[in-house]
Every structure is written in structure tokens, then in C-alpha cells.
Design a protein around this ligand. Structure first.
Ligand SMILES: C[S@@+](CC[C@H](N)C(=O)[O-])C[C@H]1O[C@@H](n2cnc3c(N)ncnc32)[C@H](O)[C@@H]1O
Length: 342
């Protein structure tokens, strides 16, 4: 049975030119409250949470329950999970970026875990919460990470080509450009960035690096400028996205997180995952439906595998309303899927 090929692009950063004006974080209002964003979301200058009411509804929070926010960031989602929790509730929040620590509220119900969520099971055990009632992951990078010039995530600034969310990790984007083979570069540019001429770009990088350092955003852009296709801002946004996904092994971490979900959720507990890239969304969809990463084509007539401990709460992914997309362009490519443990 032929399957329609999904586009690998759908990331919030590639949906718009990099230098397009960003929404002001302090303007506008959260749709369902009518209040200014800054009043509803602490640290809104750090990041505006996407699909906020949809996440809260999806998690169906029990006031006395234990929850995990795997991607704390500015704590926008977490602050609302906390509001729904009673005094006996508990919230464990993960973020591998040290900058996120400054946003952790002084609240005895909160435990901050400054590590990669790929180690979810281990750290939940360590903090005395091996089983939880709900889990959220809002994948990718925060606005803060894009807007911090020195982090090297954005094509808008001249900076070291770093792109590590976790500064303790060794490999930077510059290291990838310097050490990966032509074949490896081609594959990641094609799969994670859907760069139109990924093969030519990979060949050019390998050729140019023999004589030219490409360790800053500008040096890299200049070094490969002869092969840029179409709008340079869009082109480099796609290239940077591909490098960022590789630097942080975003697909590998997501796979490990998904594999941990059935074991860490209590019966009736829910996992809500927001993706911004169709490859990520596909991993979530297949795993929630089958409880494994086996190709879904093997079970074309079943909505889920019989021994899958998870059940999809919504058949289709939940997307941002037109109003939210207007207010926060980063929500345009967001897809939320929610699964429940049986
Ligand atoms: C899109 S932001 C989350 C924003 C948050 N929901 C909010 O409302 O402020 C993603 C955050 O997750 C973190 N992150 C991404 N992948 C991670 C991983 N594998 N392990 C731990 N943290 C991760 C990033 O450092 C970033 O701060």
C-alpha cells in the first residue's frame, strides 16, 4: 500500500525567514484568558509556550498527581501545570540547558533535573518518582536559545557555530562541519533540513574545509555562498536546523524518551508530546500507536497493536488555532499528540 511521503520540513525556524520580525513576547494576549501574555506566563520573554490550553486539557491533571515536564525551558507550561496541582502534587522538570535553571520557581512541589530527558527513567527513580501520572515534552529549542547570539543557533548573529543545548556535551556544529564525511553531511542535510541541494552542499563543505575555517556562522555562510539556492535566509535556516538536530541528537533522545513512556506512566497516566518536525511527529505517532518503532505498514488494518500498553487519545495531531498561529508564529508547525497508558 503506497504511503504518501511526508515532508521533513515543518520546523518553526524554517517556516519563516530568520530575520522576519519576531512576535514581541510582551504583546498580545493568551486567547482563553484575555490577559496580556506576561501576566499569564512567567518568563514569557524567555519563551512563549505553544498549545498551552490543549496541553493542559490533554494531560487531564489530577491535583494530587506527580507530573514531569521533560523540556522545562522558560517554565511556561510548567507554571500552569503547577496551578492545576494541589499542595500534595509534584512536578519534576528536566532541561539539559543550564540557562533554564534560572526560571525554576521556588516551590517545594518542584524538582529540577538538569539533564537530558533521554535518562528519564533513571532520574525519576533517583528522585523517588519511578511512576508518574503525566508527562509533557515540548521538543526543540526555546526562543531564548535562538535569541542568545553567542549560542550559535541563529543565522541572524555572528557567533561560534556551537548549537549545543547542553554545554557539557563535546560536539559542536563546527566540529560536525569539520569532521563528518561527505556522505554523513549529505544525509543529515537531506533528512533533517531537506536542503534542496544537500549533496552539492556536502561536497562543497568537504572541499572548502581543506583551506578555510568554518567555525563561525558568518565564516560558514561565506564559505559556501556559491552553492546557496533560493532565499539565503531560508536556505541557511534549513541548514542550521539540520546541524542543530544532529549536534543535539534530537531524534535519538526522542526515541529513548518514547521507549521509557510505557514504563514510567501509571495506568490512566498521559503523555503529551509537541513536535515541530515531521520526522519527530512520525516517531511519536508510530510509537503511540504501536508501542514500538516497527513500521506501521505491518499492521495496516489495525488502529493499534494489540499488546501496545498505550492508547492514542486523539486520532489526529492537535494543531494551534489560527489565532495562536497569528500571535505566535512559532506555533505554526507545532503538532501535539497525547497517549494514555492502559
Ligand atoms: C521548546 S523549549 C520548551 C519551552 C517550555 N515548554 C516553556 O513553556 O517555556 C525546549 C526546551 O527543552 C530543552 N530540551 C530540548 N531537548 C532536550 C533533551 N533531550 N533533554 C532535556 N532538555 C531538552 C531545551 O534546552 C529547551 O529549553
Amino acid at each position: 500500500m503506497g504511503k504518501k511521503r511526508e515532508s521533513a520540513i515543518g520546523n518553526r525556524e524554517t517556516d519563516r525567514p530568520e530575520n522576519e520580525a519576531r512576535p514581541s513576547n510582551q504583546q498580545g494576549a493568551i486567547a482563553d484568558s484575555g490577559l496580556p501574555i506576561a501576566d499569564v506566563v512567567p518568563n514569557a520573554g524567555y519563551h512563549i509556550p505553544v498549545l498551552l490550553s490543549e496541553v493542559l486539557e490533554g494531560l487531564a491533571i489530577r491535583p494530587e498527581g506527580t507530573y514531569v515536564d521533560c523540556t522545562f525551558g522558560g517554565g511556561g507550561h510548567s507554571s500552569h501545570i503547577l496551578k492545576a496541582l494541589g499542595p500534595k502534587g509534584r512536578l519534576l522538570v528536566f532541561d539539559q540547558d543550564a540557562d533554564a535553571a534560572r526560571n525554576v520557581p521556588d516551590d517545594p512541589r518542584v524538582t529540577f533535573v538538569p539533564h537530558n530527558f533521554r535518562h528519564l527513567k533513571r532520574f525519576l527513580q533517583l528522585h523517588g518518582a519511578p511512576v508518574v501520572d503525566g508527562l509533557l515534552a515540548d521538543l526543540g529549542v526555546s526562543s531564548h536559545q535562538f535569541d542568545e547570539a553567542g549560542r550559535g543557533f541563529s543565522t541572524r548573529f555572528e557567533a561560534k557555530l556551537d548549537m549545543r543545548m547542553d554545554q557539557r556535551q563535546g560536539k559542536t556544529a563546527a566540529d560536525i562541519l569539520q569532521t563528518y564525511s561527505e556522505g554523513e553531511l549529505h544525509k543529515l542535510l537531506e533528512q533533517y533540513g531537506e536542503v534542496t541541494n544537500s549533496k552539492t552542499l556536502a561536497r562543497t563543505i568537504v572541499e572548502v574545509r581543506k583551506t578555510t575555517a568554518m567555525d563561525t556562522t558568518l565564516a560558514f555562510r561565506n564559505a559556501v555562498s556559491s552553492v546557496v539556492k533560493g532565499n539565503p535566509n531560508k536556505y541557511f535556516a534549513q541548514v542550521f536546523q539540520a546541524l542543530r538536530i544532529e549536534v543535539n541528537d534530537e531524534m535519538g533522545a526522542l526515541k529513548e524518551l518514547l521507549e521509557a513512556v510505557p514504563a514510567v506512566l501509571a495506568p490512566g497516566g498521559r503523555a503529551a508530546i509537541i513536535t515541530f518536525h515531521s520526522l519527530e511527529d512520525r516517531l511519536v505517532k508510530v510509537f503511540f500507536r504501536n508501542g514500538t518503532f516497527e513500521a506501521e505498514e505491518e499492521h495496516p488494518f489495525e488502529s493499534r497493536k494489540r499488546d501496545n500498553p498505550l492508547r492514542l487519545v486523539n486520532k489526529k495531531p492537535i494543531e494551534a488555532t489560527a489565532e495562536e498561529q497569528k500571535r505566535n508564529p512559532r506555533s505554526r508547525s507545532a503538532k501535539l499528540r497525547v497517549a494514555e497508558k492502559l
